[in-house]
Design a protein around this ligand. Sequence first.
Ligand code: NDP
Length: 287
Amino acid sequence: MGIIDGKAISQAVKDEVKAEVAGIAARGGRVPCLCVIIVGENPASQVYVRNKVKAAAYTGMESRQIELPESVSEDELLAQIRSLNEDPAVDGILVQLPLPKHIDEEKVLVAIAPEKDVDGFHPSNVAGLWIGKDCIVPCTPAGVMRLLDSTGVDLTGKTAVVVGRSNIVGKPVAKLLLDRNATVVIAHSRTADLGAVCRQADVLVAAVGRAGLITGEMVKPGAIVIDVGINRMPDGRLCGDVDFASCADVASWITPVPGGVGPMTIAMLMKNTLRCYLQNFKSASRK
Ligand code: NDP
């Protein structure tokens, strides 16, 4: 059994971005700029935003952090997004979720210009993914694919089971696996006999949010197991959706938590920001 080292792979992704940004800077170009908006003082969101800003600095990109009070109105937030959409010095816009209850998340995500939508949550990017256009892919699913690529296993014809059907993880992961010619099953809370469904999987992706839901007897011998789950235990430990000890005995490859999918999300955000920059640069030079 091999452990897929998300920490090392995410570092390699960040270093790829860093090298490209260094090249842009060496040619005297403006470096990419990521703008992160955070509303309120959710401590988990603050940690995520801090890590995103830190990663941007590591890659040599510029970043802006806009902190808005919990009481900010939806209109004020939308106005802020519109002004960033218009700002040619900003390549990527990310609004940290969740938002306070009085703000309609969907309205906010739709307001971000699709070409600056580094999270890949705008409906036009979502539609693009599903109709097979080369568009911005959400960071966590893109990270999952990069981890799978690191195994060197060709996914064509493999049976992939994705447990979880959220818009941000389960569904896009399933579509990306389909694009690699895997035969994809999406399981969820109403799936009958989850164990039997999972046991068919050559590739099993768990994106549920239930600590240790996937146990060794649900895994087909030799399967690749990717654990997206991040669950905080009462003692403060982080735990995945996969029971690592029992599944590691059966799997050919497996991701740990922490140190698996988690660090990939931020690394792929850096990649998406660079991509937006390169696209914006191209379209600006066509004008
Ligand atoms: P959601 O809560 O949006 O979705 C969870 C999915 O799991 C739903 O589709 C739900 O089914 C399904 N589910 C719940 N219980 C069961 C069950 N007992 N058996 C089978 N399926 C079940 O979560 P997210 O997709 O946002 O996140 C999933 C996990 O991934 C979380 O732990 C989250 O913290 C983590 N995460 C990690 C990221 C990273 O960077 N590594 C990024 C994003 C998320 P139904 O639709 O029927 O309700």
